[in-house]
Design a protein around this ligand. Sequence first.
Ligand SMILES: [Zn+2]
Length: 129
Amino acid sequence: MGNWTDTLKRFLNLFLKSHCPLCQRPAEGELCRYCHRQLQRCQLANPGQLWQYPMPVFVWGAYSGTLKRAIAAIKYENHPELARPLGHWLGDAWRNGKGAAGGNLTVVPIPLHAAKLKKRGFNLSPDLF
Ligand SMILES: [Zn+2]
């Protein structure tokens, strides 16, 4: 989707109710209620279960189903707005103590190749800092 189309879509969304990028149902936020619930069901009971030496990893959810679909929509369908609820839920899980107790947190951005940046049109990593 080009910049002109994105601009027109954002303008029309000011007047029209937007649609969920995952299922096209009407949505008031980034997602419809159904997909919101489906995504929250992807959350692991213990996101810190892989917090082990030598490479501790904090994982919010299993990469399958609706979560995999949402990440694909962010990366390949020009829907970076879906990163907002996922980022909030990841932060909430960390803050709520489901992660590693007392560990220092380092967020590591995954580098994006220049060709992918040009094709995708955005890079989520710089938005982290
Ligand atoms: Zn939906």
